[in-house]
Design a protein around this ligand. Structure first.
Ligand code: FE
Length: 202
């Protein structure tokens, strides 16, 4: 498994996420999961598989060490794409329509996401997922992730302390607000949508 580069410069998300945090988060934490995974799968049939197949095989075989590190590798890759430099932060088109259908309006979606992220206890992830024709907010603990389930992840926020502690210390709510108002890559979220009708026919 390779440790992918960030899709932007380390300082691209400043002042909301510092270069120092991004270097630590990407170069140490994310890389650490990839390296641990590679050690665990070396010389096994897992070593030949793409990451998403490693995840589904490890789930099926209850290989918890492989599964947790593979999920963290996948979740972090998805996290980098979920954020973008400020200025691309309003949903439009189909994803905006779906947010309005599922949550009422964008402000209510943000309020519900903020509340889920702020009240989540411990380390984990807060997701916007597509569930058929609906969008939902989902929280998962530790490495857990909707990847490979019936829910389709659209975007994610990392609420492990390593994601925000250097910049925000214990003020998780300020980090959540920066994500919601300045960092979400709505183009990425929209590109992850699928059409339930098309999937049924296929
Ligand atoms: Fe992280």
């Amino acid at each position: 498994m390779i440790h992918p580069n960030l899709p932007y410069d380390y300082d691209a998300l400043e002042p909301y996420v510092s270069e120092r945090t991004m270097r630590l988060h990407h170069d140490k934490h994310h890389r650490g999961y990839v390296e641990k995974l590679n050690k665990l799968i070396e010389g096994t049939p897992y070593a030949e598989l793409p990451l998403e197949e490693v995840i589904s095989k490890a789930r099926g075989e209850a290989k918890i060490g492989i599964l947790n590190n593979a999920l963290q590798a996948w979740n972090h890759e998805f996290l980098w794409e979920s954020m973008a430099a400020s200025g691309e932060t309003s949903p439009d088109g189909r994803i905006k329509d779906m947010i309005e259908k599922s949550f009422g309006d964008v402000a209510t979606f943000k309020q519900q996401f903020r509340s889920a992220a702020a009240s989540f206890f411990g380390s984990g992830w807060v997701w916007l997922v597509q569930d058929g024709d609906d969008l939902r907010i989902l929280t998962t603990g530790n490495a857990d992730s909707p990847v490979g389930t019936d829910l389709t992840p659209l975007l994610v926020l990392d609420v492990w302390e390593h994601a925000y502690y250097l910049d925000y210390q214990n003020e998780r709510a300020r980090y959540i607000d920066a994500f919601l108002n300045k960092l979400i890559n709505w183009k990425f979220a929209a590109a992850n949508l699928y059409s339930p009708d098309v999937r049924k026919v296929a």
